[in-house]
Design a protein around this ligand. Structure first.
Ligand code: FES
Ligand SMILES: [Fe+2]
Length: 383
């Protein structure tokens, strides 16, 4: 945990009461000092998405990924157990693996050929018998805490992390109710977006519905995707959940066979957002579970992978129509909104704005979700 320097205060107008709060100051969205604190206090200390177990299906399968600048890999051992590790050799820190693949029995470091077994223990280091007091057992690859929920793997880089169930008590239950057979899913496709905006600008845009009514032609159609009379939401510490029935199939802006989800539920529209940056999404009439990640790459850039999971690893025509609408019509409007906000935050005329929150935090347009998100961030940043 690192502490915020005393000379940085960006919350003078952001009050505890969401109904009276202004936004944080502009620096909160572009300061490199704040980004460095966020990396360590938020992304390296909380549970974040990594992959699905089916992506490391067989013994020896591995997958390398990045958690805000930390290279991590998951690997299925010969005992069938999936484990997560920091991707770094214990000799002089060469990275061990890249991409994905299958290992027969050992990981061999490309630099001086130290070899490790699939459980991370050092098997051999060339010439180590000639080195004084060399203790092989002291040089295992550093493990990363890992948990699975419905087949999805989450990691926590903090060696003293609370379990996922302690850290986000209702996440497992909510996710499994939304995606009851998710252990059977397979990764079908990824789309990657590079956005010139701070990750929090993008999460805020994702969490608030206020702009949906006013911001662009595709957004205007969003109200047809969800049966507004059934729309509900719920905040529970690190989780924000939105649910609603699908709109009438003949009104949806994409071709569909009906209002249900991949898992057959009537609540076609379902989002479980896990702070800080992961959303699991089902859509009405689309046979897919989407994982939407907002991964910061710097204080002002965000890598946004959209991952598609289906039962057979294929995307049917109906689902393609739905995801194409979200990606080609709705997505570009959101990217433009976020990038314009990021530019605006640098304006000499930028001042804290008023959060639009109704007195009961009960309206679908209310920005109290955004207040909640920033309260979690600010508490973590301030340590
Ligand atoms: S850095 Fe890996 S063997 Fe030397
Ligand atoms: Fe939007």
């Amino acid at each position: 945990m690192i502490k915020m320097p005393a000379n940085i205060d960006f919350t003078s107008n952001f009050t505890d009461d969401p109904t009276q709060s202004f936004t944080p100051d502009a620096e909160y969205y572009f300061s490199t000092d704040i980004f460095e604190i966020e990396r360590r206090n938020i992304f390296y200390r909380n549970w974040v998405y990594f992959c699905h177990e089916s992506q490391v299906e067989k013994p020896g399968d591995y997958l390398v990924g990045d958690v805000v600048g930390q290279s991590i890999y998951v690997l299925r051992g010969n005992d069938g157990v999936v484990r997560a590790f920091f991707n770094v050799c214990r000799h002089r820190s060469h990275q061990l693996l890249s991409g994905n693949g299958n290992l027969k029995s050992v990981i061999r470091c490309p630099y001086h050929s130290w070899t490790y077994d699939l459980e991370g223990n050092l098997r051999n280091a060339p010439k180590c018998d000639d080195v004084k007091n060399f203790d092989k057992e002291s040089f295992s690859i550093s493990a990363v805490s890992m948990e699975t929920v419905g087949g999805f793997i989450l990691v926590n880089l903090d060696a003293n992390a609370q379990s996922l169930d302690e850290a986000a008590p209702s996440f497992r239950e909510r996710f499994l109710a939304m995606a009851p057979e998710s252990t059977k899913l397979h990764h079908a496709k990824s789309q990657e977006f590079e956005i010139n905006a701070n990750w929090k600008v993008i999460v805020e845009n994702f969490l608030e519905n206020y702009h949906s009514f006013y911001s662009g032609p595709a957004h205007a159609k969003l109200s047809d995707v969800i049966d507004q009379s059934s729309y509900q939401w719920d905040i529970s510490d690190k989780i924000v959940q939105f649910t609603g029935k699908g709109g009438a199939p003949d009104k949806l802006p994409y071709a569909t066979a009906g209002p249900r989800t991949l898992f057959g539920q009537d609540e076609g529209f379902n989002i479980v957002f896990l702070w800080p940056n992961t959303a699991f999404i089902t859509l009405p009439g689309a046979n897919v579970l989407l994982v939407f990640l907002m991964n910061p790459t710097s204080s002002e850039t965000t890598h946004e992978p959209l991952l598609y999971f289906t039962f057979d690893g294929e995307i049917d025509a109906q689902t393609r129509s739905a995801v194409d609408w979200f990606n080609d019509k709705l997505g570009p409007e959101d990217v433009e909104l976020c990038e314009s906000v990021q530019r605006g935050l640098h304006s000499l005329g930028c001042r804290p704005g008023r959060l639009m929150v109704d007195p009961d935090c009960s309206k679908e347009w209310s920005e109290h979700f955004l207040h909640h998100f920033n309260s979690l961030n600010i508490a973590a940043i301030k340590g």
